[in-house]
Unconditional design. Structure first.
Length: 196
């Protein structure tokens, strides 16, 4: 069974790599064909991302400290969970905007990054991920998946995928693909207003 899960995870990562580039092209096409207000209105509508909950107990990639979802989520009513990969250009390009959002909304919601192509039990892509986080000035917590998260990660077929999670770990919905600061800002403002 474990071998099957590893094969499925590898297959998912291959699909994710292909989807990452295609998603970026789609976003660029949408931006060119629609007005900015319409893009923002569409972005504020959370999608079903195939996950009912997103819980974990794993390592912070920067500090090596254990991070437990029950403790992490409980700090604020909502958590912005961005699942990204070191190979994903759109993921990396939106990081500076995500850090600005973190600085703007850190009193209202938690921010969490999940580095999809790292592993808490192996030294996989950790140095590359740390270099990216440092270069982009990311200060919010980023975690590495471990085997207890395999079922969750297998359901994420496109990155970046961003989840909005409540304080109990329930996934309220999410967004697939990268967005710019203005669109994310309008989206977060809308989500916070709807979930008061």
């Amino acid at each position: 069974m474990k071998k099957f899960l590893k094969i499925m995870l590898a297959f998912t990562l291959v699909l994710t790599l292909a989807s990452c580039g295609k998603k970026n092209e789609t976003n660029e096409a949408n931006t060119n064909n629609k007005g900015n207000a319409e893009n923002m209105a569409e972005a504020t509508k959370m999608q079903d991302v195939g996950l009912n909950d997103f819980n974990f107990q794993t390592l912070d990639i920067k500090t090596g400290d254990m991070v437990d979802s029950k403790d992490f989520y409980g700090k604020k009513p909502l958590t912005f969970v961005n699942i990204w990969g070191t190979f994903c250009t759109p993921c990396i390009e939106e990081m500076e905007d995500l850090e600005k959002l973190h600085q703007k909304y850190k009193n209202d919601m938690n921010f969490l990054g999940v580095v999809s192509d790292t592993n808490a039990t192996l030294d996989t892509n950790v140095e590359e991920a740390l270099n990216i986080l440092d270069k982009k000035g990311v200060t919010y917590t980023n975690i590495m998946p471990n085997p207890t998260m395999d079922d969750y990660m297998a359901k994420v077929s496109v990155i970046p995928t961003t989840l909005i999670v409540d304080k109990d770990g329930v996934v309220l919905g999410g967004f697939v693909g990268a967005m710019n600061f203005e669109t994310w800002d309008a989206t977060i403002s809308h989500v916070l207003e709807e979930n008061k």
